[in-house]
Design a protein around this ligand. Structure first.
Ligand code: HEC
Ligand code: HEC
Ligand code: HEC
Ligand code: HEC
Ligand code: HEC
Length: 231
Protein backbone atom coordinates (compact mmCIF):
# COMPACT_ATOMS: atom_id res chain seq x y z
CA UNK A 1 0.00 0.00 0.00
CA UNK A 2 2.53 2.54 1.16
CA UNK A 3 4.35 2.75 -2.18
CA UNK A 4 1.17 3.69 -4.01
CA UNK A 5 1.00 7.18 -2.65
CA UNK A 6 3.33 10.11 -3.22
CA UNK A 7 5.33 11.33 -0.26
CA UNK A 8 3.46 14.58 0.13
CA UNK A 9 0.41 12.68 1.30
CA UNK A 10 2.22 11.90 4.55
CA UNK A 11 1.74 15.54 5.37
CA UNK A 12 -2.03 15.52 4.95
CA UNK A 13 -3.38 15.25 8.46
CA UNK A 14 -6.94 14.42 7.39
CA UNK A 15 -6.09 11.76 4.86
CA UNK A 16 -6.64 8.92 7.30
CA UNK A 17 -10.00 10.23 8.37
CA UNK A 18 -11.17 10.69 4.80
CA UNK A 19 -9.93 7.30 3.69
CA UNK A 20 -11.96 5.89 6.54
CA UNK A 21 -15.16 7.26 5.04
CA UNK A 22 -14.24 6.21 1.52
CA UNK A 23 -13.06 9.58 0.29
CA UNK A 24 -9.61 8.45 -0.80
CA UNK A 25 -10.30 8.64 -4.53
CA UNK A 26 -11.44 12.23 -4.39
CA UNK A 27 -8.49 13.11 -2.19
CA UNK A 28 -6.05 11.81 -4.79
CA UNK A 29 -7.92 13.51 -7.63
CA UNK A 30 -8.02 16.75 -5.70
CA UNK A 31 -4.34 16.54 -4.81
CA UNK A 32 -3.30 19.70 -6.63
CA UNK A 33 -6.10 21.66 -5.14
CA UNK A 34 -5.20 20.45 -1.69
CA UNK A 35 -1.63 21.46 -2.19
CA UNK A 36 -2.39 25.09 -2.95
CA UNK A 37 -1.86 27.63 -0.19
CA UNK A 38 -5.58 28.44 -0.30
CA UNK A 39 -6.34 25.10 1.16
CA UNK A 40 -3.52 24.97 3.68
CA UNK A 41 -3.91 28.33 5.23
CA UNK A 42 -7.62 29.00 5.57
CA UNK A 43 -8.62 27.90 9.04
CA UNK A 44 -5.05 28.18 10.37
CA UNK A 45 -5.48 28.54 14.14
CA UNK A 46 -2.27 28.09 16.12
CA UNK A 47 -2.37 27.49 19.84
CA UNK A 48 -1.90 30.74 21.78
CA UNK A 49 0.05 31.17 25.05
CA UNK A 50 -1.48 31.27 28.55
CA UNK A 51 -5.28 31.28 28.56
CA UNK A 52 -5.07 32.88 25.13
CA UNK A 53 -7.05 35.93 24.15
CA UNK A 54 -10.78 35.84 23.44
CA UNK A 55 -11.97 38.31 20.79
CA UNK A 56 -15.58 37.24 21.23
CA UNK A 57 -15.49 38.44 24.86
CA UNK A 58 -13.37 41.57 24.40
CA UNK A 59 -14.35 42.85 20.94
CA UNK A 60 -17.80 41.23 20.91
CA UNK A 61 -19.49 41.25 24.33
CA UNK A 62 -17.43 44.09 25.85
CA UNK A 63 -17.39 45.94 22.51
CA UNK A 64 -13.82 47.24 22.78
CA UNK A 65 -12.86 48.85 19.45
CA UNK A 66 -10.17 47.05 17.44
CA UNK A 67 -7.98 50.18 17.47
CA UNK A 68 -7.79 50.19 21.29
CA UNK A 69 -5.39 47.26 20.92
CA UNK A 70 -4.39 47.26 17.25
CA UNK A 71 -3.15 50.81 17.51
CA UNK A 72 -1.32 50.97 14.16
CA UNK A 73 -3.97 49.81 11.71
CA UNK A 74 -4.40 53.33 10.37
CA UNK A 75 -0.81 54.51 10.22
CA UNK A 76 1.48 51.59 9.49
CA UNK A 77 2.29 49.22 6.66
CA UNK A 78 2.12 46.48 9.28
CA UNK A 79 -0.60 46.03 11.85
CA UNK A 80 0.37 45.22 15.43
CA UNK A 81 -0.78 43.17 18.38
CA UNK A 82 -0.95 44.96 21.76
CA UNK A 83 1.83 44.86 24.32
CA UNK A 84 1.22 43.25 27.69
CA UNK A 85 0.76 46.73 29.20
CA UNK A 86 -2.55 47.03 27.34
CA UNK A 87 -3.85 43.85 28.98
CA UNK A 88 -2.41 44.88 32.34
CA UNK A 89 -4.39 48.11 32.16
CA UNK A 90 -7.53 46.06 32.85
CA UNK A 91 -6.10 42.87 34.36
CA UNK A 92 -3.78 44.18 37.09
CA UNK A 93 -4.68 42.84 40.58
CA UNK A 94 -7.93 44.21 41.96
CA UNK A 95 -9.27 45.88 38.82
CA UNK A 96 -11.78 43.24 37.75
CA UNK A 97 -13.34 41.13 40.51
CA UNK A 98 -12.15 37.54 41.01
CA UNK A 99 -15.70 36.29 40.53
CA UNK A 100 -15.70 37.66 37.03
CA UNK A 101 -12.17 36.74 35.97
CA UNK A 102 -10.44 34.12 38.16
CA UNK A 103 -6.83 35.08 38.93
CA UNK A 104 -5.38 31.93 37.38
CA UNK A 105 -6.82 32.86 33.99
CA UNK A 106 -4.88 36.11 33.82
CA UNK A 107 -1.81 35.04 35.80
CA UNK A 108 0.18 34.77 32.55
CA UNK A 109 -0.42 38.49 31.96
CA UNK A 110 0.73 39.48 35.45
CA UNK A 111 3.81 37.26 35.30
CA UNK A 112 4.85 38.66 31.92
CA UNK A 113 4.24 42.24 33.02
CA UNK A 114 6.17 41.83 36.29
CA UNK A 115 9.19 40.35 34.51
CA UNK A 116 9.09 42.84 31.64
CA UNK A 117 8.55 40.08 29.09
CA UNK A 118 6.26 40.05 26.07
CA UNK A 119 3.53 37.46 25.60
CA UNK A 120 4.66 35.33 22.65
CA UNK A 121 1.46 35.47 20.57
CA UNK A 122 1.59 33.24 17.50
CA UNK A 123 1.26 35.13 14.24
CA UNK A 124 -1.64 33.93 12.08
CA UNK A 125 -1.88 36.08 8.92
CA UNK A 126 1.25 36.28 6.81
CA UNK A 127 1.91 37.64 3.32
CA UNK A 128 5.29 36.52 1.92
CA UNK A 129 8.08 39.12 1.94
CA UNK A 130 8.21 39.26 -1.87
CA UNK A 131 4.70 40.77 -1.97
CA UNK A 132 3.96 44.35 -0.91
CA UNK A 133 0.92 44.66 1.32
CA UNK A 134 0.44 48.08 2.93
CA UNK A 135 -2.07 47.32 5.70
CA UNK A 136 -3.01 50.93 6.56
CA UNK A 137 -3.83 51.92 2.96
CA UNK A 138 -6.61 49.34 2.95
CA UNK A 139 -8.10 50.28 6.30
CA UNK A 140 -8.04 53.99 5.41
CA UNK A 141 -9.65 53.35 2.02
CA UNK A 142 -12.65 51.75 3.73
CA UNK A 143 -11.90 48.05 3.45
CA UNK A 144 -13.26 46.55 6.65
CA UNK A 145 -11.29 44.14 8.81
CA UNK A 146 -14.30 41.89 8.15
CA UNK A 147 -13.42 41.40 4.46
CA UNK A 148 -9.94 40.12 5.21
CA UNK A 149 -10.18 38.60 8.69
CA UNK A 150 -13.79 37.44 8.96
CA UNK A 151 -16.19 38.04 11.84
CA UNK A 152 -13.52 38.57 14.49
CA UNK A 153 -16.06 39.85 17.01
CA UNK A 154 -17.56 36.38 17.11
CA UNK A 155 -14.28 34.44 17.35
CA UNK A 156 -13.26 33.01 20.73
CA UNK A 157 -9.97 32.10 19.02
CA UNK A 158 -8.78 33.90 15.86
CA UNK A 159 -8.20 31.77 12.79
CA UNK A 160 -7.37 32.64 9.19
CA UNK A 161 -10.67 33.25 7.35
CA UNK A 162 -9.41 34.21 3.87
CA UNK A 163 -6.74 32.63 1.64
CA UNK A 164 -4.55 35.78 1.29
CA UNK A 165 -3.42 34.30 -2.06
CA UNK A 166 -2.66 36.50 -5.07
CA UNK A 167 -6.00 35.68 -6.72
CA UNK A 168 -7.75 36.79 -3.57
CA UNK A 169 -6.00 40.19 -3.62
CA UNK A 170 -6.93 40.62 -7.29
CA UNK A 171 -10.58 39.64 -6.82
CA UNK A 172 -11.03 42.69 -4.68
CA UNK A 173 -8.75 44.96 -6.69
CA UNK A 174 -10.93 44.26 -9.74
CA UNK A 175 -14.24 44.79 -7.90
CA UNK A 176 -13.62 47.20 -5.04
CA UNK A 177 -17.25 48.41 -5.01
CA UNK A 178 -18.28 45.06 -3.56
CA UNK A 179 -16.02 45.49 -0.55
CA UNK A 180 -15.69 49.16 0.35
CA UNK A 181 -17.62 50.39 3.41
CA UNK A 182 -17.94 53.94 4.75
CA UNK A 183 -14.52 54.51 6.42
CA UNK A 184 -16.05 55.34 9.83
CA UNK A 185 -17.65 51.86 9.90
CA UNK A 186 -14.48 49.88 9.13
CA UNK A 187 -14.10 48.39 12.64
CA UNK A 188 -17.82 47.91 13.30
CA UNK A 189 -17.76 44.34 12.07
CA UNK A 190 -21.28 43.36 13.15
CA UNK A 191 -22.74 46.35 11.29
CA UNK A 192 -20.58 45.60 8.26
CA UNK A 193 -21.75 42.00 8.12
CA UNK A 194 -25.42 42.56 8.89
CA UNK A 195 -26.25 46.00 7.49
CA UNK A 196 -23.88 46.27 4.53
CA UNK A 197 -22.42 43.05 3.11
CA UNK A 198 -25.74 41.21 3.47
CA UNK A 199 -27.35 43.60 0.96
CA UNK A 200 -26.85 43.64 -2.82
CA UNK A 201 -24.34 46.35 -3.83
CA UNK A 202 -27.07 48.54 -5.43
CA UNK A 203 -29.02 48.66 -2.17
CA UNK A 204 -26.15 49.65 0.10
CA UNK A 205 -26.24 53.21 1.43
CA UNK A 206 -25.22 54.89 4.68
CA UNK A 207 -25.50 58.62 5.45
CA UNK A 208 -25.81 59.27 1.74
CA UNK A 209 -22.71 57.21 0.86
CA UNK A 210 -23.00 54.47 -1.74
CA UNK A 211 -20.38 51.94 -2.93
CA UNK A 212 -20.03 53.86 -6.20
CA UNK A 213 -19.19 57.06 -4.33
CA UNK A 214 -16.72 55.22 -2.13
CA UNK A 215 -14.87 53.99 -5.23
CA UNK A 216 -14.74 57.56 -6.58
CA UNK A 217 -13.21 58.74 -3.31
CA UNK A 218 -10.24 56.37 -3.58
CA UNK A 219 -6.89 58.05 -4.14
CA UNK A 220 -6.42 55.73 -7.09
CA UNK A 221 -7.89 52.50 -8.37
CA UNK A 222 -6.54 49.40 -6.65
CA UNK A 223 -3.53 48.35 -8.74
CA UNK A 224 -3.45 45.20 -10.88
CA UNK A 225 -0.01 45.54 -12.45
CA UNK A 226 2.72 43.22 -11.16
CA UNK A 227 5.08 45.93 -9.93
CA UNK A 228 2.54 47.37 -7.48
CA UNK A 229 2.72 44.22 -5.38
CA UNK A 230 6.09 42.79 -6.45
CA UNK A 231 9.02 45.16 -6.31
C1 HEC B 1 -8.28 44.04 24.10
C2 HEC B 1 -7.38 43.92 22.97
C3 HEC B 1 -7.87 43.55 21.60
C4 HEC B 1 -8.97 44.03 20.91
C5 HEC B 1 -10.03 45.01 21.40
C6 HEC B 1 -8.94 43.42 19.61
N1 HEC B 1 -7.85 42.59 19.50
FE1 HEC B 1 -7.31 41.53 17.86
N2 HEC B 1 -5.75 40.68 18.91
C7 HEC B 1 -5.44 40.97 20.23
C8 HEC B 1 -4.37 40.08 20.65
C9 HEC B 1 -3.73 40.03 22.04
C10 HEC B 1 -4.04 39.27 19.54
C11 HEC B 1 -2.99 38.16 19.47
C12 HEC B 1 -3.57 36.85 20.00
C13 HEC B 1 -4.53 36.20 19.07
O1 HEC B 1 -4.23 36.04 17.89
O2 HEC B 1 -5.66 35.89 19.52
C14 HEC B 1 -4.94 39.67 18.47
C15 HEC B 1 -4.94 39.10 17.21
C16 HEC B 1 -5.73 39.55 16.14
C17 HEC B 1 -5.64 39.06 14.79
C18 HEC B 1 -4.70 37.99 14.30
C19 HEC B 1 -3.31 38.58 14.09
C20 HEC B 1 -2.36 37.63 13.41
O3 HEC B 1 -1.47 37.08 14.07
O4 HEC B 1 -2.49 37.43 12.21
C21 HEC B 1 -6.55 39.76 14.05
C22 HEC B 1 -6.82 39.60 12.58
C23 HEC B 1 -7.25 40.65 14.96
N3 HEC B 1 -6.71 40.50 16.21
C24 HEC B 1 -8.27 41.49 14.58
C25 HEC B 1 -9.03 42.24 15.47
C26 HEC B 1 -10.23 42.97 15.09
C27 HEC B 1 -10.80 43.03 13.70
C28 HEC B 1 -10.68 43.57 16.22
C29 HEC B 1 -11.93 44.45 16.37
C30 HEC B 1 -13.19 43.84 15.95
C31 HEC B 1 -9.77 43.21 17.31
N4 HEC B 1 -8.81 42.39 16.80
C32 HEC B 1 -9.89 43.65 18.62
C33 HEC B 1 -6.02 41.94 21.01
C34 HEC B 1 -7.17 42.64 20.69
C1 HEC C 1 -10.66 47.42 28.53
C2 HEC C 1 -10.44 46.35 29.50
C3 HEC C 1 -9.77 45.07 29.06
C4 HEC C 1 -8.60 44.91 28.35
C5 HEC C 1 -7.73 45.99 27.73
C6 HEC C 1 -8.32 43.49 28.33
N1 HEC C 1 -9.30 42.80 28.98
FE1 HEC C 1 -9.39 40.79 29.26
N2 HEC C 1 -11.18 40.99 30.15
C7 HEC C 1 -11.82 42.17 30.47
C8 HEC C 1 -13.07 41.90 31.14
C9 HEC C 1 -14.07 42.94 31.67
C10 HEC C 1 -13.19 40.49 31.23
C11 HEC C 1 -14.33 39.69 31.83
C12 HEC C 1 -15.41 39.48 30.82
C13 HEC C 1 -16.53 38.66 31.42
O1 HEC C 1 -17.25 39.17 32.24
O2 HEC C 1 -16.63 37.50 31.02
C14 HEC C 1 -11.96 39.95 30.63
C15 HEC C 1 -11.67 38.60 30.55
C16 HEC C 1 -10.43 38.09 30.20
C17 HEC C 1 -10.02 36.70 30.37
C18 HEC C 1 -10.86 35.59 30.98
C19 HEC C 1 -11.88 35.11 30.01
C20 HEC C 1 -11.29 34.08 29.10
O3 HEC C 1 -10.86 34.43 28.00
O4 HEC C 1 -11.25 32.92 29.48
C21 HEC C 1 -8.74 36.60 29.87
C22 HEC C 1 -7.86 35.36 29.82
C23 HEC C 1 -8.36 37.91 29.39
N3 HEC C 1 -9.40 38.78 29.61
C24 HEC C 1 -7.16 38.19 28.78
C25 HEC C 1 -6.82 39.46 28.28
C26 HEC C 1 -5.60 39.74 27.54
C27 HEC C 1 -4.54 38.70 27.19
C28 HEC C 1 -5.61 41.06 27.24
C29 HEC C 1 -4.59 41.86 26.47
C30 HEC C 1 -4.36 41.44 25.09
C31 HEC C 1 -6.85 41.61 27.79
N4 HEC C 1 -7.55 40.60 28.40
C32 HEC C 1 -7.21 42.94 27.72
C33 HEC C 1 -11.34 43.43 30.18
C34 HEC C 1 -10.21 43.72 29.47
C1 HEC D 1 -7.31 44.24 2.70
C2 HEC D 1 -7.23 43.20 3.70
C3 HEC D 1 -7.08 43.58 5.15
C4 HEC D 1 -7.81 44.47 5.90
C5 HEC D 1 -8.91 45.39 5.44
C6 HEC D 1 -7.34 44.35 7.26
N1 HEC D 1 -6.34 43.43 7.33
FE1 HEC D 1 -5.29 42.93 8.95
N2 HEC D 1 -4.02 41.81 7.82
C7 HEC D 1 -4.20 41.53 6.49
C8 HEC D 1 -3.08 40.75 5.99
C9 HEC D 1 -2.92 40.26 4.55
C10 HEC D 1 -2.20 40.58 7.08
C11 HEC D 1 -0.82 39.92 7.06
C12 HEC D 1 0.14 41.05 6.73
C13 HEC D 1 1.61 40.71 6.58
O1 HEC D 1 2.03 39.56 6.64
O2 HEC D 1 2.38 41.69 6.39
C14 HEC D 1 -2.83 41.25 8.22
C15 HEC D 1 -2.30 41.29 9.50
C16 HEC D 1 -3.01 41.76 10.62
C17 HEC D 1 -2.58 41.61 11.99
C18 HEC D 1 -1.31 40.89 12.44
C19 HEC D 1 -0.26 41.86 12.88
C20 HEC D 1 1.03 41.15 13.32
O3 HEC D 1 1.55 41.46 14.37
O4 HEC D 1 1.50 40.30 12.56
C21 HEC D 1 -3.54 42.20 12.78
C22 HEC D 1 -3.52 42.30 14.29
C23 HEC D 1 -4.55 42.73 11.90
N3 HEC D 1 -4.19 42.44 10.59
C24 HEC D 1 -5.68 43.40 12.32
C25 HEC D 1 -6.55 44.07 11.48
C26 HEC D 1 -7.62 44.97 11.92
C27 HEC D 1 -7.94 45.29 13.36
C28 HEC D 1 -8.22 45.44 10.80
C29 HEC D 1 -9.35 46.44 10.68
C30 HEC D 1 -9.13 47.73 11.31
C31 HEC D 1 -7.55 44.84 9.66
N4 HEC D 1 -6.55 44.02 10.11
C32 HEC D 1 -7.87 45.07 8.32
C33 HEC D 1 -5.26 41.94 5.71
C34 HEC D 1 -6.16 42.92 6.07
C1 HEC E 1 -11.20 43.48 0.05
C2 HEC E 1 -10.46 44.36 -0.83
C3 HEC E 1 -8.97 44.26 -0.97
C4 HEC E 1 -8.17 43.17 -0.79
C5 HEC E 1 -8.57 41.77 -0.37
C6 HEC E 1 -6.84 43.58 -1.08
N1 HEC E 1 -6.81 44.89 -1.45
FE1 HEC E 1 -5.16 46.00 -1.96
N2 HEC E 1 -6.32 47.64 -2.21
C7 HEC E 1 -7.68 47.68 -2.07
C8 HEC E 1 -8.15 49.04 -2.34
C9 HEC E 1 -9.58 49.50 -2.29
C10 HEC E 1 -7.00 49.80 -2.68
C11 HEC E 1 -6.94 51.27 -3.09
C12 HEC E 1 -6.63 52.16 -1.92
C13 HEC E 1 -6.59 53.63 -2.28
O1 HEC E 1 -6.50 53.97 -3.44
O2 HEC E 1 -6.67 54.43 -1.35
C14 HEC E 1 -5.87 48.88 -2.57
C15 HEC E 1 -4.54 49.27 -2.81
C16 HEC E 1 -3.46 48.41 -2.77
C17 HEC E 1 -2.10 48.80 -3.08
C18 HEC E 1 -1.64 50.22 -3.50
C19 HEC E 1 -1.20 50.95 -2.29
C20 HEC E 1 -0.93 52.41 -2.56
O3 HEC E 1 -0.18 52.99 -1.78
O4 HEC E 1 -1.52 52.97 -3.48
C21 HEC E 1 -1.32 47.68 -2.93
C22 HEC E 1 0.17 47.56 -3.13
C23 HEC E 1 -2.21 46.59 -2.52
N3 HEC E 1 -3.49 47.08 -2.44
C24 HEC E 1 -1.79 45.29 -2.29
C25 HEC E 1 -2.65 44.25 -1.91
C26 HEC E 1 -2.21 42.88 -1.68
C27 HEC E 1 -0.80 42.38 -1.83
C28 HEC E 1 -3.32 42.17 -1.31
C29 HEC E 1 -3.43 40.72 -0.97
C30 HEC E 1 -2.51 40.20 0.03
C31 HEC E 1 -4.44 43.11 -1.32
N4 HEC E 1 -3.99 44.34 -1.69
C32 HEC E 1 -5.73 42.74 -1.01
C33 HEC E 1 -8.50 46.65 -1.72
C34 HEC E 1 -8.10 45.35 -1.40
C1 HEC F 1 -2.65 42.96 -5.76
C2 HEC F 1 -1.35 42.44 -5.53
C3 HEC F 1 -0.69 41.57 -6.56
C4 HEC F 1 -0.54 41.80 -7.91
C5 HEC F 1 -1.08 42.98 -8.72
C6 HEC F 1 0.26 40.73 -8.43
N1 HEC F 1 0.59 39.86 -7.42
FE1 HEC F 1 1.72 38.16 -7.61
N2 HEC F 1 1.38 37.71 -5.63
C7 HEC F 1 0.71 38.51 -4.75
C8 HEC F 1 0.70 37.86 -3.45
C9 HEC F 1 0.08 38.40 -2.18
C10 HEC F 1 1.40 36.65 -3.59
C11 HEC F 1 1.67 35.61 -2.52
C12 HEC F 1 0.52 34.63 -2.48
C13 HEC F 1 0.67 33.51 -1.49
O1 HEC F 1 0.95 33.74 -0.33
O2 HEC F 1 0.50 32.37 -1.93
C14 HEC F 1 1.83 36.58 -4.98
C15 HEC F 1 2.55 35.53 -5.54
C16 HEC F 1 3.09 35.54 -6.81
C17 HEC F 1 3.95 34.52 -7.34
C18 HEC F 1 4.42 33.28 -6.59
C19 HEC F 1 3.66 32.04 -7.01
C20 HEC F 1 2.32 31.89 -6.41
O3 HEC F 1 1.31 31.90 -7.15
O4 HEC F 1 2.21 31.76 -5.18
C21 HEC F 1 4.28 34.89 -8.60
C22 HEC F 1 5.18 34.13 -9.58
C23 HEC F 1 3.58 36.13 -8.88
N3 HEC F 1 2.88 36.50 -7.76
C24 HEC F 1 3.64 36.82 -10.08
C25 HEC F 1 2.87 37.93 -10.41
C26 HEC F 1 2.80 38.54 -11.74
C27 HEC F 1 3.59 38.06 -12.95
C28 HEC F 1 1.96 39.60 -11.66
C29 HEC F 1 1.47 40.53 -12.77
C30 HEC F 1 0.78 39.88 -13.86
C31 HEC F 1 1.49 39.65 -10.26
N4 HEC F 1 2.09 38.63 -9.56
C32 HEC F 1 0.62 40.61 -9.77
C33 HEC F 1 0.13 39.74 -5.02
C34 HEC F 1 0.03 40.32 -6.27
Amino acid sequence: MAGLFPKWMNALPTVGALAGVGGLVSVVAGGWYWLTPDFWEVGFMPEQPGSGFNHQIHAGTLGIDCRYCHTHVEDSKHSNVPSVATCWGCHSEGKISEDRVPAEKVQFIRTAYASGETIPWENIHVVPDYANFPHHVHVNAGVSCYSCHGQIRGMPVVYQDQSLAMGWCLDCHRNPEQFLVPPEMVTDLIWVEQEWMSKPVEERAHNGMTPEMLVQELRENPPQHCAACHY
